[in-house]
Design a protein around this ligand. Structure first.
Ligand SMILES: [Ca+2]
Length: 448
């Protein structure tokens, strides 16, 4: 636990140094350690096309990453944690709140509904929680509303990885009432649609902005989110099946296996954003297998993509969201390992993950990407990316703007949440974990 505090003290000034240690598997009992060239950037405030964070210019041997000998560094217990002022006190008075020591993190179930899959604050005071079956619910002090805020279950195919998969409010939502939803149509097509909100409910009529045939029912991505550039990002998987059987991962002419970037400044239209670098006009980054969940962290300008792996490795990549044309590697790589070809793959120019999680670790099967903690109740987590796994059910975190050895595992404190499918944040940046069994769990701190 103490490692978190040490990192927090330096997170603001630490350069982004990500070192990928790749261990050749030719002699796994006494592996040669290959350290990829380190790319150092200034703190990511620039909006220029930033360099690839985690790249290697060398061929990656079929690698085996040794996680057995890594231990968090020791650091002294913090004595004082100071929160910024949180209330509008008399302006001359500077108020700081000293929190008692963190005793434990804990989950508190605040709602339960069928397959909650996305959660975000409604500008104002309420939360919106999406159910995979195709409904969006408002949540407030009195719990869930009696009637859905939006119901499009009549046009959503809710089966396996298909369903209502994500939503986002336009940055100008309080004025525009524009709501965006990503879902699977009844025939399995990927649909990005826009709905107009007025008088406390969304008009279910909607406008389809983008529609794409899916060659298989799986790997449809999920998250949609606005970037600091005001554009709308959508991650799509490789079309499904297995082993990138359709060859989309490295194909720059298809929106599949890619991060898409739309200009939605005109209501009812999603057009390719200016500066998109690939032949497929909507595409911003390629090389993704199934980016079920990504998050754009506006304070840092970083995008954190949790890409679901094939048979052996889950992965998390961190990059400046403003960096055009990144290639996240699939199917050349799965995590930090060669996939196709299985050995001696050419990983030059690829943005490799900052973290891979092998399926041999704690029941891992399919990573559930989370959020970056920017709240005030748990400053010990500030700047940390939280994530879980659909089978592993754990809660782990790492600081996204620093190098780190291993994620911190909070599962002993919070308990295993089961089939975690998504994370969300509220107005204050506090974190919620959503599970397939219906739980909406608020992450809280127990102190003193
Ligand atoms: Ca990758």
């Amino acid at each position: 636990m103490t490692i978190l505090f040490t990192r927090m003290r330096r997170w603001m000034t630490a350069p982004l140094v990500l070192v990928l240690t790749l261990v050749a598997c030719g002699a796994p009992e006494q592996p040669d350690v290959v350290t990829a060239p380190t790319t150092t950037t200034s703190t990511p405030t620039s909006t220029t096309a930033a360099p690839v964070l985690a790249s290697t210019t060398t061929s990656v041997a079929m690698a085996e990453v040794d996680t057995t000998e890594r231990r968090p560094e020791e650091a002294p217990e913090p004595t004082v944690t100071t929160l910024p002022p949180t209330t509008a006190a008399a302006p001359e008075v500077v108020t700081t709140t000293t929190l008692p020591p963190l005793r434990s993190l804990a989950y508190r179930e605040v709602a339960n509904l069928p397959f909650p899959i996305d959660l975000a604050p409604v500008p104002g005071s309420l939360l919106a929680i999406a159910s995979k079956e195709g409904r969006l619910w408002l949540y407030g002090d009195g719990g869930l509303a009696d009637e859905p805020f939006l119901d499009i279950s009549d046009r959503v195919r809710n089966r396996g990885e298909q369903g209502l998969l994500g939503f986002a409010f336009h940055p100008d939502y309080p004025d525009s009432g524009r709501l965006f939803v990503h879902y699977s149509a009844l025939n399995g097509d990927t649909v990005l649609a826009e709905f107009a909100v007025a008088g406390g409910t969304a008009d279910p009529e909607g406008a389809v902005l983008f529609r794409l045939a899916q060659p298989a029912p799986n790997h449809n991505g999920g998250t949609i989110a606005f970037g600091p550039d005001g554009h709308l990002y959508l991650g799509l998987g490789d079309g499904g099946g297995a082993n990138d059987q359709f060859g989309h991962g490295q194909n720059e002419r298809t929106p599949l296996g890619a991060l898409l970037r739309f200009d939605v400044s005109v209501p009812g239209i999603a057009s390719p954003a200016d500066g998109n670098p690939f032949p497929a006009p909507d595409v911003w980054s390629v090389g993704l297998r199934n980016p079920w969940r990504f998050v754009i962290d506006h304070p840092s300008g970083l995008i954190v993509i949790a890409d679901v792996g094939q048979n052996h490795f889950e992965e998390v990549s961190v990059a400046p969201v403003a960096a055009a044309g990144l290639n996240y590697g699939w199917p050349i790589t799965e995590g930090l390992h060669c996939f196709d070809p299985p050995t001696d793959c050419d990983a030059s120019g690829l943005t490799l993950p900052v973290l891979e999680v092998p399926h041999t670790d704690s029941g891992t099967c399919s990573i559930t990407g989370g959020v970056v903690y920017r709240g005030e109740e748990i400053p010990e987590l500030y700047g940390h990316y939280l994530f879980s796994d659909y089978c592993g059910g754990y809660l782990r975190s790492f600081p996204i703007e620093e190098s780190f050895d291993e994620p911190h595992d909070w599962t002993e404190q919070v308990g295993n949440a089961g089939q975690v499918v998504a994370f969300g944040t509220d107005h204050a940046g506090e974190v919620y974990v959503l599970t397939a069994s219906g739980s909406v769990l608020r992450l809280e701190a127990e102190r003193g």
